[in-house]
Design a protein around this ligand. Structure first.
Ligand SMILES: Cc1cc2nc3c(=O)[nH]c(=O)nc-3n(C[C@H](O)[C@H](O)[C@H](O)COP(=O)(O)OP(=O)(O)OC[C@H]3O[C@@H](n4cnc5c(N)ncnc54)[C@H](O)[C@@H]3O)c2cc1C
Length: 356
């Protein structure tokens, strides 16, 4: 069988695209590389932009996708200047795997989802030929159009477009905690170990601590930063119950965003759609998945789809470029120091609360 469309990946970008094109009558297959033992490493925060898209689609979020506690502020810590500020935030705190499964549950049941990994993708005689590893066995699949929704490690992007944005290694550890006296979402800056930010987020009985690090020496930098944070907080994380790592993109220029051509299209982080300042990517994944679906619903030939999708993502691409400017303000140590010292747009904690 030759599928009309094969989608590699089953994250928010893929789930949104698949849900919206389901009614088109095309034969569609999703290859899902995520599993309970190999979930996507993520902070699991649903940002206001993503919440707005939920409003746009008239979605509600079931309570079993959420975790404790819900968050109203971010505690920003600079480990070098040792300054701390609090800023109001409107994130929803979620279990990321449950969130992805929820989005997939919105796709009509007759759409096929294959648990497996794409090992190779190439174009031959006008068709895409894929080598898939599923249930321990290799198989070949063919399709007319191919969607790369496979995140920062995108085999689709590497196979057909070569150029990748600058990338970091995101490392995240899970610890058990029995102390909810500090239930903040914390954002940690430490210019000594990372040129990006790290995060500490409570999730039910766990606290996750993670960050983005230069590829070379990433694990050593993570360990050093964790120990510097433990000293600063006077808190020992204890034994990690889980360590996760994956690549994360940091787009720096317009050409880092690739939307696709020749029957191959990229959505979500595979296309480079992620904030360079906060690494928030769920909203861009949903947005781009939906925009590509619009292009598929309006056009049939590959050139028109590519053109319409590229054009419709211009506002998204421009918005993400502004994040690179925001990044300069957030990550240039002397600029951050002025912002933290002056406390612009920060909130004061009530003197009678006992949160450290
Ligand atoms: C550590 C970390 C924390 C983050 N925290 C947040 C956050 O709190 N909030 C937020 O908005 N964003 C966050 N992001 C960014 C966000 O997770 C991504 O930008 C977003 O998930 C991108 O969605 P996507 O659908 O494009 O791809 P992904 O969610 O990355 O999904 C890609 C899917 O493709 C699958 N896949 C990959 N390769 C293959 C293959 N060869 N074959 C088959 N399947 C494959 C993967 O298993 C995965 O399920 C974080 C990123 C990282 C790394």
């Amino acid at each position: 069988m030759i599928y009309d469309i094969i989608i590699i990946g089953a994250g928010p970008a893929a789930a949104t695209f698949a849900r919206r094109v389901a009614a088109s009558g095309k034969s569609i297959l999703i290859i899902d590389g995520q599993s309970d033992v190999r979930p996507k490493p993520c902070g699991g925060l649903l940002a206001p932009d993503a919440q707005k898209l939920f409003a746009h689609f008239d979605f509600v979020l079931p309570k079993d996708v959420l975790v404790d506690p819900q968050i109203f502020s971010v505690k920003t810590i600079d480990l070098v200047s040792r300054r701390v500020r609090y800023y109001q935030r409107y994130y929803m705190n979620m279990n990321r795997l449950a969130f992805d499964r929820f989005l997939l549950s919105l796709i009509p049941e007759n759409m096929q989802i294959l648990q497996g990994r794409c090992l190779k993708a190439e174009k031959r005689n006008g068709l895409f030929e894929l080598e898939i590893l599923a249930a321990g066995e290799k198989q070949s699949l063919q399709c007319r159009k191919l969607i790369g929704a496979d995140g920062a490690e995108s085999i689709v992007r590497r196979s057909f477009f070569k150029s990748m944005p600058m990338q970091y290694i995101a490392i995240q550890q899970w610890f058990r905690h029995n102390d909810a006296s500090n239930p903040f979402y914390s954002c940690i800056f430490d210019a000594k170990t990372s040129e990006s930010c790290s995060w500490m987020i409570y999730k039910d009985e766990y606290v996750i601590y993670g960050g983005c690090f230069a590829k070379k020496g990433s694990r050593a930098a993570f360990d050093e930063q964790k120990s510097r944070l433990e000293q600063f907080l006077k808190q020992d994380f204890g034994e990690a119950v889980k360590t996760e790592a994956c690549l994360v993109n940091r787009p720096r220029k317009m050409s880092d965003f690739i939307t696709g051509k020749g029957g191959v299209y990229l959505i979500g982080e595979a296309a480079g759609f992620i904030s360079a300042s906060s690494f928030e990517g769920i909203s861009s994944a949903i947005k781009s998945g939906s925009l590509l679906a619009d292009a598929f619903l309006q056009h049939d030939d590959e050139k028109s789809i590519a053109k319409a999708y590229h054009r419709s993502t211009l506002p998204l691409r421009c918005k993400l470029m502004t994040k690179t400017v925001k990044r300069w303000f957030m990550y240039t140590p002397w600029v951050r120091d002025i912002l933290l010292r002056t406390g612009i747009s920060s909130i004061a904690l009530s003197p009678d609360n006992d949160i450290k």
